[in-house]
Design a protein. Structure first.
Length: 114
């Protein structure tokens, strides 16, 4: 069955960087677009970044544009989220999602604090 497993979250100081990973299994990863979402306490889940199946097109929320990227490695069935210049308002649980079929991972906590 479809499985998405996120990793790489943690505590980081403002201005720091983190790289999240989402390992996919149970489907042909290279055929599907992927997303990263996040949900902060008391807020709705929001779309952070998207990438097409072959990586040819990416889209970012205005709040992370220029700071986050969403590379993918189809040979390793993994999508990443590289997060630079992190701010306290980036604190959230981050989820990866396969658009088609609406499959979600369990999430990984990112906390940006001094």
């Amino acid at each position: 069955q479809v499985q998405l497993v996120e990793s790489g979250g943690g505590l980081v100081q403002p201005g720091g960087s983190l790289r999240l990973s989402c390992a996919a299994s149970g489907f042909t990863f290279s055929l599907y677009a992927m997303n990263w979402y996040r949900q902060a306490p008391g807020k709705e889940r929001e779309l952070v970044a998207s990438i097409t199946n072959n990586g040819g097109f990416t889209h970012y929320a205005d709040s992370v544009k220029g700071r986050f990227t969403i590379p993918r490695d189809n040979a390793k069935n993994t999508v990443f989220q590289q997060m630079n210049s992190l701010k306290p308002e980036d604190t959230a649980v981050y989820y990866c999602r396969r658009q088609i079929g609406d499959y979600w991972g369990q999430g990984t906590q990112v906390t940006v604090s001094s």
